[in-house]
Design a protein around this ligand. Sequence first.
Ligand SMILES: [Zn+2]
Ligand SMILES: [Zn+2]
Length: 116
Amino acid sequence: MATKYKTKILSLLKRSHLLSIAEIHKKVPQADYSTIFRNVNQLVKDGEIKKVVLDKDVVVYELNDEQKSHDHFICKCCGLVEVLKFNRSTLTKGQKFIVSDVLVKGECQKCSDKKI
Ligand SMILES: [Zn+2]
Ligand SMILES: [Zn+2]
């Protein structure tokens, strides 16, 4: 029962980059919101997906794929999210530290074009 929804959530996230719990619920209307919530949190615990906090009350989820690990850019005007690839080795001068989940905020091209 629970596994059925987990598989469904994973397949939805394979097709979409980022989804909120509400968006997942919209695509699986036969499940309770709380069921989706529970399954999503379980998947996070299992390391299958990860939580991306875009803003203080905007939380979305994506697949946790080490190979395709990336960072995010969010436009503060329209909320557009783009994938960023940071070269982490340029961020340090020999110190060893792990940077994870970098989120850059700014204006996307569309929004900054509008202001000219
Ligand atoms: Zn924008
Ligand atoms: Zn992402």
